[in-house]
Design a protein around this ligand. Sequence first.
Ligand SMILES: Cc1cc2nc3c(=O)[nH]c(=O)nc-3n(C[C@H](O)[C@H](O)[C@H](O)COP(=O)(O)OP(=O)(O)OC[C@H]3O[C@@H](n4cnc5c(N)ncnc54)[C@H](O)[C@@H]3O)c2cc1C
Length: 323
Amino acid sequence: MNMAEIEKLTGLRGEIKRNEPMARHTSWRAGGCADRAYIPADLDDLRAIVASLPAGEPVYLVGLGSNLLVRDGGLRGTVIFTHGMLKQVRLEGKILHAEAGVPSPKVARFAARHKLAGAEFMAGVPGTVGGALAMNAGCYGGETWNIVESVTTLDRAGQLRQRTRANYYISYRTVILKAGNGGSEAGSEAAAAPSASRLPPHEEWFIAARFKLARGDEAKSRATIKQLLERRIETQPLDQPNAGSVFRNPPNDYAARLIEACGLKGFALGGAMISDKHANFIVNTGNARAADIEALIETAHTAVKQKFGIDLEREVRIIGEPA
Ligand SMILES: Cc1cc2nc3c(=O)[nH]c(=O)nc-3n(C[C@H](O)[C@H](O)[C@H](O)COP(=O)(O)OP(=O)(O)OC[C@H]3O[C@@H](n4cnc5c(N)ncnc54)[C@H](O)[C@@H]3O)c2cc1C
C-alpha cells in the first residue's frame, strides 16, 4: 500500500512529506532522508496513521532528534514527528501531565512555576517528553522515570493504554516493555538491560506522562535550573551541533575520561570531531556526514576497548541505511 492509498483509506488530516531530510530534524544536523515523514494533526490523526500503515512498514516516532543519527542512505518507512503536536502540559491536582511532544525544558520550567520540585534536571535535556521516556533521560542525579507516575502509550493498532513503571524494565538510559505486555524482550532479568544499539524497534510509543512531583519552592527550583544550565555551558560544546553524550558511562567511570585518555579529544574525521571540550560529545564542524560521525563512534569504541578492555555502550540511537 502506498501513501496515497493510505490517505484515501483513512482521511488523514496531518502533513505528509516525502524524502524529508532528517538533518533538519536531528540535533547533529546530519544524515539522510526519510522516505516519508508525517506530522499528525492531533492524537486521533496519529492513531489513524499508525493503525493504517501496513504491518511490515517501519515506523519511527521522533521528537527533537537530540539523541538520533540517521545514516546517509536514509530511512525506509515512515517517520512521525511528535514535536509541534502532542504539546499540552497542565496540572491535574498535584500531578503534572505532559504530552510526548512537549520539550523537556518546558516541563522543568512549568513545574518550577507551579512550585513543584524534582523536574529541574529536565531543563538541560534538549529533547521531548517522549524522547525522555524512551531514553530514561537524566542528569545531575535526576532521572525521568523516577518522577513518572504513569504513561499513556499507543500501539501499532492505534490502541491507547495506561502503563506504570511496573510494566517496564528501567535502568540507566534503558526502558524496555516487559514480556507479557506486548514487549519484545526475552523475559529474563539478564535481558533487561541490553545496549540501546541492540534494542528491537519500538511497536508501542509514548503519548503522554503524568509526573508526580514534590511540593517545592519556585525561587529554589529556578536557581537550581540556572546553576545546572550554567554548568552545561561551561562543560559542553553547545555552540556546535551534537547529540549529547554518545556513550553511556560505564559503572564507576566516565566515557569522556576514557576517550580523552586515548588521546582522542579533537580527533576529526571528515566533518565530525570528538569535541575538544567534552570527549563524550561528537560535534558537526560544518558538513559532517552521518558516516563521519559513525566512524568516529567506532574509533572511540575501539580505542577504549583496546586500551582499557571496556566495551562502551552507545547511548545515541542510530537508524537507517548506509549511503
Ligand atoms: C546538548 C545535549 C545535551 C544532552 N544532555 C542529556 C542529558 O543530560 N541527559 C540525557 O539523558 N540525555 C541528554 N541528551 C540526549 C537527548 O536530549 C535525550 O536523550 C532526549 O531525551 C531525547 O529526546 P528527543 O525528543 O530528542 O528524542 P529523539 O532523539 O527524537 O529520539 C530518541 C529515541 O527515542 C525514541 N522516541 C522519541 N519519541 C518517542 C515516543 N514518543 N515514544 C517512543 N519512543 C520515542 C526515538 O524513536 C529514538 O529511538 C542531550 C542531547 C544534547 C544535544
